[in-house]
Design a protein around this ligand. Structure first.
Ligand SMILES: Nc1ccn([C@@H]2O[C@H](COP(=O)(O)O)[C@@H](O)[C@H]2O)c(=O)n1
Ligand code: CDI
Length: 159
C-alpha cells in the first residue's frame, strides 16, 4: 500500500480581548489568536500537513487571506475542504500528530474536545488524532506570550 507523510506549521499573533480558538474549541483566556479566519493555528497546521502530504499546495493557496469569503471562517470548515481535496486526489487520511507551543493557558484540559472537533471535521477516529502542548520555557515571542505556534504531521494512504 502506498503511503505518504505530510508536515504543517503555523503561527499567529496573540492579542488582548480577542477570541481564542484552538482545535475548534473556545479557549478561556484574556488574549486570543488574530488572523483572517478564526486563526485556529492548530487546525491550520493540520490542513497544511494534509495538503503537503498530497502535494496540493498550501492553505493560503486554497483559502487566500485576501478573499472575504474566508473572513472569520471556522477553520474546521477549511479542514473539511482539505479532506475533500485529499479524497478527490485518491488519498485517505490515516492519522495526525500535532504539537501546540504556547506559554499560557494550559491546554491539556481542552484536548479531548479538540480531538472530537477534529474527528468530526476529518472523519478520523479520535484514537488516530494526537494533540500535545508545550511551553517555550519563557523564551522568545512564544515565551513573551506574543504568539502561538503549531506543528503537525500526518500520514495518508492511497484509496
Ligand atoms: N500551553 C501548555 C503548555 C504545556 N502544557 C502541558 O504541560 C506540560 C509541561 O509543559 P512544559 O512546557 O512546561 O514542559 C506539557 O507536557 C503539557 O502536558 C499544556 O497543557 N499547555
Ligand atoms: C486561514 C487563512 C484563510 O484566509 O487565513 P488566516 O486566519 O490569516 O491564517 P493563515 O495561517 O495565515 O493562513 C492563511 C489563510 O488560508
Amino acid at each position: 500500500m502506498k503511503i505518504k507523510v505530510g508536515f504543517g506549521f503555523d503561527v499567529h499573533q496573540l492579542k488582548e480581548n480577542h477570541p481564542f480558538i484552538l482545535g475548534g474549541e473556545k479557549i478561556d483566556h484574556h488574549a486570543g489568536a488574530f488572523g483572517h479566519s478564526d486563526a485556529d493555528v492548530l487546525v491550520h497546521a493540520i490542513c497544511d500537513a494534509i495538503l503537503g502530504a498530497a502535494n496540493l499546495e498550501d492553505i493560503g493557496y486554497h483559502f487566500p487571506n485576501t478573499d472575504a469569503k474566508w473572513k472569520g471562517i471556522s477553520s474546521l470548515i477549511l479542514l473539511e475542504e482539505c479532506i475533500k481535496l485529499l479524497k478527490n486526489k485518491g488519498w485517505e487520511l490515516s492519522n495526525i500528530d500535532a504539537m501546540l507551543c504556547l506559554e499560557a493557558p494550559k491546554i491539556k484540559p481542552y484536548i479531548p474536545a479538540m480531538k472530537a472537533h477534529i474527528s468530526n471535521a476529518s472523519g478520523l477516529d479520535v484514537e488516530d488524532i494526537s494533540i500535545k502542548a508545550t511551553t517555550n520555557e519563557t523564551m522568545g515571542f512564544i515565551g513573551r506570550k506574543e504568539g502561538v505556534v503549531a506543528y503537525a504531521v500526518c500520514l495518508i494512504q492511497k484509496l
